[in-house]
Design a binder for this molecule. Structure first.
Ligand code: CRA
Length: 818
């Protein structure tokens, strides 16, 4: 469908639209004290533009019969939408002026918005960045997920301890989503399978479900930057199939009728708040199945709109990307649908599945590799389990037996079913066996997937295992969150760097230019002043923007080693107490992290940092050289405020444990210098910025492996390092908690008696040394400015546009929509 090139909206026209919505959608004539109403009206005004583009995009997708990627993810961490949508539609200045005319600051209006926090951390935020890039690059893509009533919990601190409260992101409605009753799906569960003999001698399997759940889709439009495309994120909400069982109601059991409804609605009630790990909870399993089944039905429905019952184009038109193993059941559901509902033979259905699915692995942590009990599988999805058994049998008898004839041990090791007291389904094995491509998320991680996690699969299916290094969208993570730096970059980069991030390399030429250095560092300082205000209002702590802002923001996990950072802070405090004139640049250590509610040690680490912060922040003896702030309720919106103000980026995971990381990319893009281990994407960041512009320390993956073989004794490190011993002893005693000895001892206990599983003590000395080198570098303001500038200039590789283009070239094979 051809569209006449429309004139861009003027501020006056935009204001008229906003006023229209204030009057007629909200009937809010007196909006002067009602910024929430203004926010709503602005969003609705933006939606007028968005929906028009969405209509055009849908028409183009249908006209061109274009191949699409279907991104299946249990998590999407979208954050707020307004600022990003305005930037992507090139309406930011227009809205700014219109809102000013109404007597408001646009930035204050943004503050009224709620984060869409339907995810935990990196995996969910990656999905959000990928959707942004897919629309920006004009690819036909649909994101599928769950419409959680409650996203990730809100975090508060009560006397230093984390308290969780429910997230209410749509309590009063959300302007960015629209319900699509015409696309509701019905999803069967439980029950039994009947085997029916057919006249031709074959058998047909009939599943008689015990319950049917309704899946209601909510669409969130995804606006591309400076592009024609608006794609859709489709989120499924679960509901009971008939709202009331009237027979039961008439018989007087109102309660029972309601309980079926409650049970059905529980499925999409709440996001599981664990990053990386999830225990074998039946509800989680049903969540996974529910959203996969809804999505598979929807994908088929979209296909049939164009091809009716001609299946010959399906594998050419459809690719389904599994974001980790969470959506693995989609494989079994597609097999079941093709055979049971569309009469495919086994071989044809299997051939189709092997062409359609691809899988991304996001972690090597053994506890995060999903397994489900066969017994539960059988109860919830009896038909799917049958299919799974057949897939496994064929895989073992064909693929494994051909490569390793008679090797019983290999069979057991590779089988999709793990034998044992409790038989388990290994979801990752099903993914690798079925998918035509499997990728890790940074080069070092993908290498480890091939060498350590799935070496046999790599031998069995050469070329299947590959790498796509993660990326982040420069629209949200530079243009929108750091407007001052963006404007400065505009003055020296002549192309639209937000769409072609590699063009930022042109900034390298200015790395030693004194004038440019001053401008760059002045902006950093202004951003720090602004963050200092935020810190004051959120935590009550006064910090100076002249200090180094040292940032560690990410989920709280032992492998990410917030406690290594913490021990080093204690080390500095120890030095300052021994010698108040100890020469160091004043530093503010800024943390942001949520701990999974059931993760004991993670919560103890938060408590210890908060307790120690209380003491150190109020200790006059150290003359303000050291401050610690733990910002509550870390989320996308807070990241957008912290990142532009960061001088130092802490990326200090145990080598081999962080698959990629993406905060590392966002911080460097905004001119923060990384102190980090050779882990995840840090390795590639180091390659890009060069050794002079990053502080690398610590044991490498290989050295960690050697340590494992030779035996690791944390006590050796404790006894060998006086400072380390002293600060650990502080935690074991009552130095920070007078009268309550041992209140902060959980960390020390895990590091010593607990065997220090993440090798914190082994890296302490080298970390402290790297920190000292960093302090030296900061003293030399020219050197530091050069480093900061080069970090921004060299981040071109880490745009999610590049990641998406890698997926397109090597896996999805899409062509952009014209
Ligand atoms: N926790 C990895 O740990 C990675 C993201 C996105 C993670 C991060 O290093 O950057 O995925 N893994 O690829 C994960 O969620 C289930 O595994 C993460 O976010």
């Amino acid at each position: 469908m051809a569209t006449a090139t429309k004139k861009p909206l003027t501020a006056a026209q935009f204001k008229t639209k906003v006023l229209h919505h204030l009057n007629f959608t909200s009937s809010e004539v007196d909006f002067q004290d009602n910024p929430t109403a203004v926010l709503r009206a602005v969003c609705l005004a933006v939606n007028e533009v968005v929906y028009e583009k969405l209509k055009e995009t849908n028409a183009a997708h249908t006209d061109q019969k274009s191949r699409s990627v279907n991104y299946l993810s249990l998590e999407y961490l979208m954050g707020r939408m307004l600022s990003n949508n305005l930037h992507n539609l090139n309406l930011f200045e227009v809205a700014n002026k219109a809102v000013a005319d109404l007597g408001f600051e646009l930035e204050d209006i943004f503050e009224e918005g709620h984060d869409l926090a339907l995810g935990n951390g990196g995996l969910g935020r990656l999905a959000a960045c990928f959707l942004d890039s897919l629309a920006t690059l004009d690819y036909n893509a649909v994101g599928y997920g769950i419409h959680y009533e409650h996203g990730l919990f809100e975090q508060q601190f009560h006397q230093g301890r984390q308290i969780e409260t429910p997230d209410e992101w749509r309590e009063y409605g959300n302007p960015w989503e629209v319900c699509r009753p015409e696309a509701v799906q019905e999803i069967p569960l439980f029950g039994s399978v009947e085997t029916q003999a057919q006249v031709d001698g074959s058998v047909k399997k009939i599943w008689h479900p015990g319950q049917i759940i309704k899946g209601v889709p909510w669409d969130v439009p995804i606006v591309g930057y400076n592009s024609k495309t608006v794609n859709v994120l489709r989120l499924w909400e679960s509901r009971a199939c008939s709202h009331f069982d009237w027979d039961q109601f008439n018989a007087g059991s109102y309660q029972d009728a309601h309980s079926a409804q409650n049970q059905a609605e529980t499925i999409s009630k709440v996001l599981y708040p664990n990053d990386e790990t999830e225990a074998g909870k039946e509800l989680r399993f049903i969540q996974q199945y529910f959203f996969c089944a809804c999505s598979i039905k929807d994908i088929i429905k979209r296909y049939q709109k164009q091809y009716a019952d001609d299946w010959s184009e399906f594998a050419n038109q459809v690719v389904i990307q599994l974001n980790d193993t969470h959506p693995t059941i989609a494989i079994l559901e597609l097999m079941r649908t093709l055979m049971d509902d569309y009469d495919f033979s086994w071989d044809n259905a299997w051939a189709m599945c092997r062409k359609v699915f691809a899988y991304t692995n996001h972690t090597l942590l053994p506890e995060a590799l999903e397994k489900w009990a066969v017994s539960m599988f059988e109860r919830v999805l009896p038909r799917h389990l049958e299919i799974l058994y057949t897939i496994n049998e064929q895989f073992l008898n064909n693929d494994v037996a051909r490569m390793w004839p008679g090797d019983v041990q290999m069979r057991a090791q590779l089988s999709i079913i793990e034998e044992g007291q409790q038989k388990m389904v290994r979801m990752a094995h099903l993914c690798v066996v079925t998918s035509f491509k499997v990728n890790g998320v940074a080069q070092i991680h993908s290498d480890l997937v091939q060498s350590d996690l799935f070496p046999e699969f790599n031998a069995l299916y050469p070329g299947k295992l590959t790498n796509v290094t993660n990326g982040v969208t420069p629209r949200r993570w530079l243009k929108a969150c750091n407007p001052k730096l963006s404007k400065l970059l505009d003055t020296v980069v002549k192309t639209d760097w937000a769409k072609d991030l590699s063009s930022l390399d042109a900034v390298s030429e200015y790395a030693d230019d004194a004038k440019f250095q001053k401008k760059f560092m002045d902006i950093k300082h202004e951003n720090k002043v602004k963050l200092a205000g935020e810190i004051k209002s959120l935590t009550g702590v006064d910090v100076s923007a002249d200090a180094i802002f040292d940032v560690q923001i990410k989920r709280l996990h032992e492998y990410k080693r917030q406690h290594l950072n913490f021990l080093h802070i204690l080390g500095l405090y120890h030095r300052l107490l021994e010698n108040p004139d100890y020469d160091m640049q004043p530093r503010v250590f800024i943390f942001g992290a949520k701990a999974a509610p059931g993760y004991y040690l993670a919560k103890e680490i938060i408590y210890a940092i908060n307790k120690v912060a209380e003491r150190i922040n109020n200790d006059d003896r150290i003359q303000g050289k050291l401050k610690i702030v733990f910002m509550p309720n870390y989320r996308v919106t807070l990241a957008e405020k912290i990142i532009p103000a960061a001088d130092v980026s802490e990326q200090i995971s145990t080598a081999g444990k962080e698959a990629s990381g993406t905060g590392n990319m966002k911080l460097a893009l905004n001119g923060a210098v990384t102190i980090g281990t050779l882990d995840g994407a840090n390795v590639e960041i180091a390659e890009e910025v060069g050794d002079d512009n990053i502080f690398i320390f610590g044991n490498t993956v290989d050295q960690i492996k050697v340590m494992q073989v030779e035996g690791y004794n944390p006590w050796d490190f404790y006894h060998a390092d006086q400072e380390l011993k002293a600060v650990i002893d502080w935690l074991r005693g009552d130095f920070f908690t007078p009268g309550k000895p041992g209140e902060l001892s959980a960390i020390a206990h895990s590091l010593l008696e607990g065997g220090d599983p993440y090798r914190v003590l082994a890296d302490y000395a080298d970390y402290a040394k790297a920190q000292q080198a960093l302090d030296e570098a900061y003293k030399d303001s020219k050197r530091w400015a050069r480093m900061a500038i080069l970090n921004t200039a060299k981040m071109g590789k880490f745009t999610s546009d590049r990641s998406i283009q890698d997926y397109v070239n090597n896996i999805w094979k899409l062509t952009p929509i014209k």
